[in-house]
Design a binder for this molecule. Structure first.
Ligand code: 13P
Ligand code: SF4
Length: 301
C-alpha cells in the first residue's frame, strides 16, 4: 500500500490535519501539514479548523493540543510515545513543593503531563522560557522553574538571577559530552555550534547560538556560516538540510536520538487516521486548570 497517498486521501475525506515536531522521522515531517517546535505546534492547535488533529510527536504534545482545542479529535499515532523529562515530575511531588512554598509561582516547561500543568501558574517552551521567567521575576515574584534544570540554569545565567529549579532533564540533551563538541570543532573549524537549551551549561558555553529547534533552524537560514555542529535531536537536521541545501550540518553525537520521537511511522499515521483510534482525552477539571496556565503562556508569548 502507498501510505502517503492513502494518508492524503483520508485527510481530505475526514477534514484532518497532521502536525509534526522537528524530531520526527523524515517521512513523517514530509507528510505534515504543519511542522514546528513545541510553541508553534501549540499555537497551530488553537487555530486549526480541521475536525481531527493527528499529532506526530510525543504524548504531552498531543495532550496540549487537546487542552487548547477540546472540541477537536486529537489522535496520537503511538500511545507509548512519552517524554522522559515529563516523567521526572509527578503531580504529588509538585503539590508537596507548593505546600512548602505557597507564594512561589510555578513556571512549567511544556514537556510535562496535563496534571502537572494544572498545578502551574504559567507554561513555557524553549522559545519563550526566558521571556516568561523574566516577566514573573520583574513583577517581584519568587519562582520555581520545572522540570528542566538545564533550561532553568541557562535562564539564571543569562539573566544574572536566581530561582528554584526542579532536577529533571532531557537525557538525550543532558548527557551530551562537551568533549564531542571540542573534537567536532577541531574536525570542522569553520562550523558554527548551535545548541538547544535542554543541553547542560558546559555545552551551551561552547555554542555560537542557543535556541529552540525552530530558532536554530531560522538561525541556520540567516547565518553567514556554511557549516553547523548541531547539538539537539537529530530529526531537525532534515528540516535544516531542506531549508539550506548549500550548507552542511553535522550532528554533534549519534546519541542525540529520542526513541519516543522515532516510534511514529507512516503505517501508524495511516492506521490512526483510518480507524480514529488512540484518541487523547484529558479529565475536565485538569484540562480547565492546565488551559489557564497554557493561555497565560500564549498571552505572554
Ligand atoms: P522545542 O520544540 O521547544 O524546541 O523543544 C524540544 C523538545 O524537547 C521537544 O520535546
Ligand atoms: Fe522528551 Fe527529550 Fe525526547 Fe524531547 S527529546 S521528547 S524532552 S525525551
Amino acid at each position: 500500500m502507498n501510505y502517503v497517498d492513502e494518508i492524503k486521501r483520508l485527510k481530505q475525506e475526514k477534514n484532518a490535519v497532521i502536525l509534526a515536531h522537528y524530531y520526527q522521522e523524515k517521512e513523517i515531517q514530509d507528510i505534515a501539514d504543519y511542522l514546528g517546535d513545541s510553541l508553534k505546534l501549540a499555537q497551530i492547535a488553537t487555530q486549526t479548523d480541521a475536525d481531527i488533529i493527528v499529532f506526530c510527536g510525543v504524548h504531552f504534545m498531543a495532550e496540549t493540543a487537546k487542552i487548547l482545542n477540546p472540541s477537536k479529535k486529537v489522535l496520537l499515532p503511538v500511545m507509548k510515545a512519552g517524554c522522559k523529562m515529563a516523567d521526572m515530575i509527578s503531580p504529588s511531588a509538585l503539590k508537596r513543593y507548593k505546600e512548602e512554598h505557597p507564594d512561589t509561582k510555578i513556571i512549567t516547561y511544556v514537556n510535562s503531563t496535563a496534571s502537572v500543568k494544572a498545578l502551574s501558574d504559567c507554561i513555557c517552551t524553549s522559545t519563550n522560557a526566558l521571556k516568561i521567567i523574566h516577566h514573573y521575576l520583574d513583577q517581584g515574584d519568587s519562582i520555581l522553574y520545572c522540570p528542566d534544570q538545564n533550561l532553568g540554569k541557562y535562564a539564571m545565567k543569562q539573566g544574572g538571577v536566581s530561582f528554584d529549579v526542579w532536577d529533571g532533564c532531557c537525557p538525550i540533551h543532558h548527557f551530551l559530552d562537551p568533549k564531542k563538541i571540542i573534537t567536532m570543532k577541531k574536525k570542522y573549524p569553520n562550523a558554527c555550534v548551535i545548541a538547544h537549551p535542554e543541553c547542560k551549561l558546559d555545552i551551551l558555553e561552547l555554542a555560537d547560538y542557543v535556541g529552540s529547534t525552530k530558532q536554530m533552524l531560522d538561525y541556520t537560514i540567516q547565518s553567514e556560516c556554511k557549516e553547523f555542529i548541531v547539538c539537539t535531536e537529530k530529526g531537525v537536521l532534515h528540516a535544516m538540510e531542506k531549508a539550506c541545501p548549500d550548507k552542511k550540518f553535522y550532528l554533534a553525537s549519534q546519541t542525540l536520538s529520542c526513541s519516543n520521537m522515532k516510534y511514529t511511522t507512516l503505517k501508524e499515521v495511516y492506521e490512526v487516521l483510518k480507524n480514529e483510534t488512540n484518541e487523547i482525552f484529558v479529565e475536565e477539571e485538569i484540562a480547565k486548570s492546565a488551559k489557564k496556565a497554557l493561555d497565560e503562556m500564549l498571552k505572554l508569548s
